[in-house]
Design a protein around this ligand. Structure first.
Ligand SMILES: [Fe+2]
Length: 349
């Protein structure tokens, strides 16, 4: 679907209901300062739906749109690391003074350099993933997701070590003790927090020198930067947080190596976040159903029982880079201090 078509797309009443539902869960009050933040490449239909839904709820808002930046580095469809606010001091100042940001930027503010500062100002950020509204509507947050995420958070935050294994040879150990661990259930009503929709995820941003071992991507695992499923095995060696080798002669291995190299930035190879998905309604086959520009892949990040391994920006380790791979791996065994947490796609906490 091209941009012209998306602009003329009929807005369905159920999409408006879904947006209203999320804003209601965020408990946005009429007295709060709300900013709808977008960029020139944002999906226009979602901006329109957000405006309509807030209007129905009688919530005033300010529209703030920044110009999308040109690709300065290598080509990209999606990296997961937003540069929309880089150098936008005037915009950031306004965001700092707001109570709620309805984040409709293309990549979302999850890994943006400005995000830490914005959250410290007690602003809450509700990121609506740059997806087709059909996907958002299908994955409208359910109340029970909060409890599922909280259960996983409790287990994760009380653990010292996380171990991930797979039949194809993945064997990674992450010392998670003391590292920030976040949970996303799909909405936020708490000042100074960020949520994304679709939600259903826990993620740890490991500190320095905490991650070691081997990752073996198998056919059927997912590369969300390329928006494709792995069709062959790719082995990555991880030493003290950094991928030191991407092994294999397959096309998947070559593509990953080339993309990593193209950033000419050591931080691109570092571990960004590790965690697992909790959304049983997220569909594994989704990226085979859409054109690449129609989908952002957040649905795949939250698939129940996937091990989400990501490289690149890790704001908690003070590493910033535009190179970011989100790599959901299926059928991994995840253990916390030796206790099984995820096995065969099922959650045991
Ligand atoms: Fe990520």
């Amino acid at each position: 679907m091209n941009e012209k078509m998306s602009m003329s797309m009929e807005i369905k009443s159920e999409w408006i209901e879904a947006f209203k539902n999320v804003f209601s869960l965020c408990e946005i009050k009429k007295s709060e300062k709300v900013i709808i933040l977008s960029e020139s490449s944002s999906r226009r239909v979602n901006i329109e739906i957000a405006k309509i839904a807030l209007g129905i709820l009688s919530i005033d808002y300010t529209l703030l749109e920044v110009k999308s930046k040109m690709n300065e580095g290598p080509l990209k469809v999606s990296t997961g690391a937003s540069n929309a606010l880089n150098g936008q001091d005037f915009t950031i100042k306004m965001l700092l003074e707001s109570d709620v940001i309805v984040d409709l930027t293309c990549e979302g503010l999850m890994h943006s350099e400005a995000t830490g500062k914005i959250l410290k100002s007690s602003t809450r950020i509700m990121n609506i993933s740059n997806e087709s509204p059909e996907i958002l509507c299908r994955l409208t947050p359910k109340i029970d997701m909060k409890e599922k995420v909280k259960n996983s958070l409790e287990a994760f935050r009380s653990a010292k070590n996380m171990n991930i294994k797979s039949e194809s040879g993945t064997d990674l150990i992450v010392s998670v003790e003391g590292s920030p661990i976040v949970g996303v259930w799909g909405w936020t009503n708490r000042p100074g927090t960020l949520a994304h929709w679709p939600g259903g995820l826990v993620a740890c941003f490991p500190g320095e020198n905490t991650t070691n071992g081997t990752i073996v991507f198998s056919p059927g695992d997912i590369n969300l930067t390329f928006k494709k499923y792995f069709e062959s095995e790719v082995k990555c060696i991880v030493r003290n947080d950094f991928i030191t080798e991407v092994q294999g002669k397959s096309l998947d291995a070559k593509l990953m190596r080339r993309y990593f190299e193209s950033f000419k930035d050591a931080n691109t190879y570092a571990v960004s976040h590790v965690g697992w998905g909790l959304n049983s309604e997220a569909r594994y086959e989704a990226i085979s159903m859409y054109e690449k520009h129609e989908i952002n892949g957040t649905e795949l990040r939250v698939i129940q029982g996937n091990f989400l391994f990501s490289t690149g920006a890790n704001e908690f380790a003070n590493r910033f880079t535009e190179g970011h791979f989100d790599l959901p791996m299926m059928d991994c065994l995840i253990e916390l201090d030796g206790a099984i947490i995820v096995k065969d796609g099922k959650i045991f906490c």
